[in-house]
Ligand binder design. Structure first.
Ligand code: IPD
Ligand code: CA
Length: 279
């Protein structure tokens, strides 16, 4: 039997390309910034427009499929993952970068069936890098196979994470204490590119060795998780245990040794779940 999801993946790449073009064009003009949950949770008309485009073009071809999209969820849609074929969409991952024209901005789409990731597409649209991964069939950037660095030693690793304002002082303290502990291991360095999906693709293509984060969402992780895994890396929970797409936590790394050792330096703080309103 052929690959039943191949057509979905091809359509996904096409729509990600169209979305990327809209985002690049929007960077040429004025960007009006709106706020969601806080002063630093930004959204623009382009985030909303791109999500509508992605969902409407996929729905037209696959009317029975389900969708979890960042901006639809912000507008009140459910983010409970079911067994249905489901497209998990971040129309702009790196909205703050987009607003500031900082050049890591991606369209991230993951596709799940029975809650398992089947493929991921991340289009880093300013760099014009199209990352694709179909589970069991490898990971690619612009059609060229990619693989992780294979680094096994955390001391020699370049580690990515994101550091942002936290309303809760306790969470902020823990975030900073984790950062301090990891810098002091020491590792080769810490970087914050500003798009979770791009961060994962950097690990997948060997430009970084690990990425950790608590507080992101399934739409930030779904596409990139497929790319890392298919590039020979590992994606685990922040504790080092099995990855859970709805948990809002992850470590992506070049090897299990790096992921597990990194996990041992991280103190957790509660972040809730994406599906907290349902299952
Ligand atoms: C954000 C980016 C960023 C991460 C934030 C995410 P968004 O996604 O992935 O790297 O630090 O936690 O919310 O809001 O730009 O789609
Ligand atoms: Ca987004």
């Amino acid at each position: 039997m052929g690959d039943p999801w191949q057509e979905c993946m091809e359509d996904c790449v096409e729509v990600a390309k169209q979305a990327g073009k809209i985002i690049r064009e929007a960077l040429e003009g004025d960007i009006t910034v709106m706020h969601k949950s806080s002063q630093v949770d930004l959204v623009t008309e382009t985030d909303q427009r791109v999500e509508k485009l992605i969902i409407s073009s996929i729905k037209a071809k696959f009317p029975t499929h389900s969708f979890i999209g960042e901006e639809s969820v912000a507008a009140g849609a459910s983010s409970v993952l079911t067994d249905d074929p489901t497209w998990i969409i971040d129309p702009i991952d790196g909205t703050t970068n987009f607003v500031h024209r900082f050049p890591f901005v991606s369209v991230s789409i993951g596709f799940t069936v029975k809650k398992e990731i089947i493929f991921g597409v991340v289009y880093s649209c300013i760099e014009d890098k199209m990352y694709t991964a179909r589970i069991g069939k490898g990971a690619f950037c612009n059609g060229v196979p990619i693989k992780v660095s294979g680094q096994e030693d955390l001391n020699r690793s370049l580690v990515l994470t994101e550091v942002g304002f936290k309303n809760d002082p306790q969470r902020f303290e823990t975030l900073m204490a984790n950062l301090r502990r990891i810098i002091s291991i020491p590792v080769h360095g810490i970087r914050s590119p500003g798009s979770a999906a791009v961060n994962m693709c950097m690990v997948a293509s060997g430009s970084a060795d690990a990425y950790y984060h608590m507080g992101i969402h399934c739409w930030d992780m779904a596409g990139g998780a497929a790319v890392v895994t298919e590039a020979g890396g590992v994606v685990v929970d922040i504790s080092g245990g099995p990855f859970d797409l709805m948990s809002r936590r992850l470590i992506a790394a070049s090897s299990r040794a790096v992921a597990e050792r990194l996990a041992s330096y991280i103190t957790e703080f509660p972040v809730g779940r994406d599906d907290a309103d349902g299952s």
